[in-house]
Design a protein around this ligand. Structure first.
Ligand SMILES: [Zn+2]
Length: 452
């Protein structure tokens, strides 16, 4: 993680140098080339101390004359833990107070300084429980480069921090440019903090990053910039950290996931046009995702509880690149029980088949379509009869055999016989099989009247 953060600092410093002295660096595009002869000494640090902070916090708060104390106050406001001692001393002493030692990052034996939270924020929690001799010691060059990484550090709420990475500086520059400038995702009054999306309130980290990324793709789509994003998305990673107190979690979304998610969201937005006549009050790009995603919650009376399962569902997508049908099933049954409408999140089938197609899961798609079709047909036949509540019998079945038996019994009651072979073929995955069938059933019983 520190390498990735360091690269963001390098990118920012190279851009800063070019901006300040275009003649000297004219024609130079490579970050390494621009930084080659740069000596990060006390003078350089003093002169450029405010630049990364301006990017991170915003020029409204941080100007060329803002005191170091006020910058620290702003850092603290961003959630960086800052001790009262350094708070009074300012920022420069952190960089200037050195002792002989070895840099933990580059290994140079030179003057080193002690790491503080705003140099490399992802070390902070470990910092407070690590014995002194294990703490990060950094040479001035590494420390200031890392400190500059905050220029491309993004924040949502107090608990979610993330940034992009790429081994290719051109791709890193492009994704940050798209994210900061083109997509208009940042809160103008509080730079690098993601704005509030009125349509998509979220609380949990995976839920939140999913929506931020969707909004990012949507806004680039509206500007016809998606082909350019797709060119670089394979070589770009997203590193996120979330949590509070002493417990922090990290997760890296690798390039191929970023690429697939981009294509997935684009396809959902394009498919939205097919349903144009159905909803006039929702923009086409948002139609499928918002109708599905916003109804993927249970009413527990507290937003963070309501969306806990949805976050798990999204986390599963991000970590496994698969759909967890059991979680959706739990949500749907919860909604039926609480009489929350619509019981089945609209565009259920569209969302899932699009996902399975874009993520290249053709076998899974085949299985889904057969079992969903089976559940849907059963549900259709149950509709309007006194057997509607039988959905609960199926839902409660435990084990492949019991599931099979309860479905056979249902068929008998319906005086019908359907092909239950798909069940037998996936016996070892009975939980998933059951979830898909019950979801299909619920969709026929309570859905919008189409297999959607
Ligand atoms: Zn170093």
């Amino acid at each position: 993680m520190i390498d990735a953060y360091y690269r963001n600092g390098q990118l920012f410093l190279a851009e800063l140098l070019k901006r300040k002295d275009d003649d000297k660096y004219f024609g130079m595009d490579e970050v390494e080339e621009i930084l080659k002869d740069l000596a990060i000494d006390d003078n350089f640090i003093k002169q450029n101390l405010r630049e990364p902070a301006k990017e991170f916090i915003g020029e409204i708060t941080i100007g060329d004359k803002t005191s170091e104390r006020d910058i620290l106050k702003a850092f603290k406001g961003k959630g960086f833990p800052i001790s009262s001692r350094s708070y009074n001393a300012g920022i420069t002493p952190t960089f200037f107070k050195t002792s002989k030692g070895e840099c933990s990052y580059c290994g140079n034996k030179d003057e080193v300084l002690n790491h503080v939270s705003y140099i490399f924020p992802f070390f902070r929690k470990i910092d407070s429980i690590t014995p002194d001799n294990n703490k990060l010691k950094l040479c001035k060059k590494c420390a200031f480069t890392l400190y500059s990484g905050m220029a491309y550090l993004y924040q949502k709420g107090a608990e979610l921090l993330f940034f992009f990475d790429s081994y290719n500086f051109k791709s890193l520059k492009k994704i940050n440019h798209f994210f900061k400038k083109e997509a208009d995702l940042l809160d103008p009054s509080n730079k690098n903090r993601i704005r509030k999306f009125d349509r998509y309130p979220t609380y949990h980290p995976y839920d939140t990053i999913f929506i931020i990324f969707f909004e990012f793709v949507k806004r680039l789509h509206q500007k016809n910039l998606l082909p350019e994003l797709e060119e670089v998305s394979n070589e770009v990673r997203l590193l996120m950290s979330y949590g509070s107190g002493q417990i922090y979690h990290y997760y890296v979304l690798e390039g191929n996931l970023i690429n697939k998610l981009t294509r997935f969201f684009r396809t959902l937005m394009e498919k939205g046009k097919e349903f144009k006549s159905e909803q006039n009050n929702i923009p086409m790009e948002d139609l499928i995702l918002s109708r599905f995603f916003l109804n993927l919650r249970i009413n527990k009376g507290k937003f963070e509880e309501d969306t806990r399962l949805r976050n798990l569902f999204v986390e599963y997508i991000i970590k496994n690149e698969k759909i967890n049908f059991e979680i959706i099933n739990e949500i749907i049954m919860g909604r039926i029980k609480d009489k929350t409408k619509p019981h089945v999140p609209p565009y259920y089938k569209t969302f899932i088949t699009t996902f399975l197609e874009v993520f290249g899961l053709s076998e899974e798609k085949d299985m889904f379509e057969r079992l969903n079709g089976l559940g849907y047909s059963l549900g259709n036949r149950m509709k309007g009869t006194n057997l509607e509540s039988y959905i609960w019998e199926v839902f409660r079945a435990r084990g492949a055999e019991e599931l099979y038996n309860v479905l056979v019994e249902l068929q008998l009651k319906l005086k019908d016989s359907m092909d239950l072979r798909p069940l037998k073929e996936h016996e070892d995955e009975w939980r998933k099989v059951k979830a898909i069938i019950v979801n299909g059933m619920a969709n026929a019983l309570y859905g919008g009247g189409k297999s959607e």
